[in-house]
Design a protein around this ligand. Structure first.
Ligand SMILES: [Zn+2]
Ligand SMILES: [Zn+2]
Length: 186
């Protein structure tokens, strides 16, 4: 699957945003406005002005909508969710080559809030995945107690864990111990 560079960046942003969500032992990665500023900076989200509590609430809400797209059982459900998200954000597609990046399309409307910016641009990146018939690549890690979101970009769609170094390894070790136990018992 060929994914344009800017789409890939937007997908990374979706996943990183989703993985700020509190879950079990994990605290909310967007616990305050300062954390939202840090997220915006580290993801190079352009054209963002002053941020407040309202932005924080709105971005958390968008985060929840992305999670719904990821857990959509089929492409039609995902498409409906993405359509709603993008329509509510409003879009103004514009070609741009800002900050030395190659030509790419921005979807967010001029002056959009950071939440609408994320909903429009990341929503369109998710739309691209659905159009490509690859909605099942929007996944959650299968390691116990993890559940982090990721986009499986492997050739054969075989990735099951968010980060093979931590979750993958942990599972290998667990399987190895289980086998040894079985061998010892038998
Ligand atoms: Zn851009
Ligand atoms: Zn994981």
């Amino acid at each position: 699957m060929l994914i344009p560079h800017d789409t890939r960046i937007a997908l990374d942003t979706v996943v990183d945003l989703m993985n700020t969500a509190p879950d079990g032992g994990r605290r909310d990665g967007l616990r305050d406005v300062a954390a939202l500023y840090a997220f915006v900076r580290s993801h190079d989200i352009s054209g963002v002005g002053e941020l407040g509590e309202q932005d924080l609430r709105a971005v958390r809400d968008v985060r929840k909508r992305f999670a719904e797209v990821f857990s959509a059982p089929d492409a039609r459900t995902a498409a409906e969710l993405i359509n709603q998200l993008v329509a509510a954000a409003g879009t103004t597609p514009q070609l741009t080559d800002h900050d030395g990046y190659d030509w790419h399309v921005h979807y967010f409307a001029p002056g959009a809030s950071v939440a609408d910016h994320l909903a429009a641009d990341c929503g369109m990146a998710l739309a691209f995945i659905v159009v490509a018939g690859e909605q099942e690549r929007l996944r959650r890690c299968e390691a116990p107690d993890c559940g982090r979101a990721f986009v499986d970009l492997s050739r054969n769609r075989s990735r099951r864990y968010c980060d093979s170094r931590t979750c993958g390894n942990r599972l290998h070790v667990a399987a190895y111990r289980a086998r040894r136990k079985e061998a010892a018992a038998g």
